[in-house]
Write a protein that binds this ligand. Structure first.
Ligand SMILES: NC(=O)c1ccc[n+]([C@@H]2O[C@H](COP(=O)([O-])OP(=O)(O)OC[C@H]3O[C@@H](n4cnc5c(N)ncnc54)[C@H](O)[C@@H]3O)[C@@H](O)[C@H]2O)c1
Length: 414
């Protein structure tokens, strides 16, 4: 059955994208679905950062599935249909209330776990895309999905440094243990041709003035987020070295663009400015980031899938380093808002001063970023201006967002 789906067409591939409802993962899916042949399975747990609206145009009545054990299905149905029914389940952190909230505008089909493979293949016979709600730590699910995929692109992670400073628990679980579960599935499923692990430039730690890190430089993560990403990065390398499994690691610099959750600096500043609210800027505002437009980053990852060498690491940078304060000022200029909206706040604990990558290696494969920061920022501002419904739903309706904002910014004023 698998052959007829994935190998029956000449170049057709089935991609499993973890974290495909997030910012970067959803851009990758959008780019891939433009290709006539490829099929995509997204595996995403719909945490606070995962958003079905990011993939709205590809979702329909049939292609969102939520695999569960038989007994859980009955209980979840009762729980969702009856306000008075409370239901606890022991499986990995499944917060059914959150998933209900996240999926309320969509039709989700609850299916039995032992029907997952059959169901996914059935959907992929009719269309190119299927969305599976599930946790990367759930090895029953990952084993099944790896068995029917050719290429894995692993984006799923807890990603916000500030949250990792408040509580690193979910970072250790998802970023490290979750990656380990995927690597174990990779060992078992020899059909998988390539596993792309999306790491980060933050694993190198802060770059001294004048230095841009190469892939061979030692890693030196300095906060709980980057330390969990560094652990996952090294686990991938260890699995390749020990078991010979086909892994490539990419380390992109800071991405920006449409659909980024508005707790991250650029979308936070843009949306706050649109609401005439203060832009909370850490410390002296002189921390430097190398900004990479998300479309450019996903093109780079696609090229690595095609031309990258198994076992190698590829930095993906843009050489567009800019201080945070300059970035904030540019946003205010584009929106024609006053500079005094910038409010300096207490610095992030352990805040890395500067990130910088040498990306000659991926340049050698034939990639370079196409979108200058100035243009990319204008495009991004325009997107947030024109898609207010998308971010207002998060900022105004999500309790999770309000809780974090209150905890992190309102209490940190100096
Ligand atoms: N955004 C950046 O600037 C940047 C830069 C370099 C590397 N990265 C890496 O790229 C990847 C994607 O980043 P992003 O900014 O798109 O993140 P994001 O926070 O927007 O999205 C993360 C996605 O992962 C999903 N997820 C989280 N835990 C999960 C779990 N246990 N099981 C299944 N799905 C789960 C979430 O629901 C969400 O859809 C991450 O691995 C991140 O570390 C990001």
């Amino acid at each position: 059955m698998l052959d007829s789906i994935t190998r029956g067409f000449k170049k057709a591939k089935t991609f499993l994208v973890t974290g495909g409802a997030g910012f970067m993962g959803s851009e990758f899916v959008r780019q891939k679905l433009k290709n006539l042949n490829d099929r995509i399975i997204v595996l995403d747990f719909l945490t606070y950062a995962g958003n079905l609206d990011n993939l709205k145009e590809f979702l329909n009545e049939e292609n969102i599935i939520f695999p569960l054990e038989q007994e859980a299905i009955l209980n979840v149905k009762r729980y969702w249909e009856n306000e008075n029914f409370s239901y606890e389940i022991e499986r990995i952190d499944y917060d059914f209330e959150r998933i209900r909230y996240k999926t309320k505008d969509y039709k989700v089909t609850l299916i039995r776990l032992n029907e997952l493979q059959e169901k996914v293949l059935e959907i992929l016979k009719k269309q190119k895309f299927v969305f599976v709600i599930g946790n990367i730590m759930d090895k029953k699910i990952t084993n099944i999905l790896f068995n029917i995929s050719d290429i894995i692109v692993h984006y799923a992670a807890e990603t916000h440094v500030d949250r990792s400073i408040i509580d690193a628990d979910s970072f250790i679980k998802t970023d490290i243990y979750g990656t380990y579960i995927l690597l174990e599935s990779l060992r078992k499923n020899k059909n998988v041709e390539k596993f792309i692990h999306v790491s980060t430039d933050e694993v190198y730690g802060p770059a001294p003035e004048g230095v841009s890190f190469k892939e061979t430089d030692p890693i030196n993560p300095k906060n709980p987020y980057s330390a969990s990403k560094a652990s996952a990065d090294r686990l991938c390398s260890a699995y390749h070295n020990t078991y010979g499994v086909p892994i490539i690691i990419v380390r992109p610099s800071n991405n920006y663009g449409p659909y980024q959750y508005p707790e991250k600096a650029i979308p936070l500043f843009i949306t706050n400015a649109l609401e005439d609210k203060p832009l909370p800027l850490y410390g002296d505002g002189k921390n430097v980031r190398d900004w990479l437009y998300v479309e450019d980053c996903c093109r780079a990852i696609d090229l690595v899938i095609e031309k990258g060498e198994i076992g190698e690491v590829y930095n993906i940078g843009a050489s567009q380093e800019i201080q945070n304060i300059k970035m904030a000022n540019k946003i205010l200029e584009i929106l024609n808002k006053p500079k005094d909206l910038i409010k300096f706040t207490k610095d992030r604990l352990g805040h890395d001063r500067r990130y910088s990558l040498n990306w000659n290696k991926i340049k050698g494969l034939g990639w370079k970023p196409e979108i200058d920061f100035e243009i990319g920022l204008e495009k991004t501002v325009k997107w947030y201006k024109e898609n207010q419904e998308w971010w207002r739903k998060i900022k105004e309706k999500s309790l999770e967002y309000k809780k974090f904002y209150q905890l992190y910014y309102n209490r940190r004023k100096e």
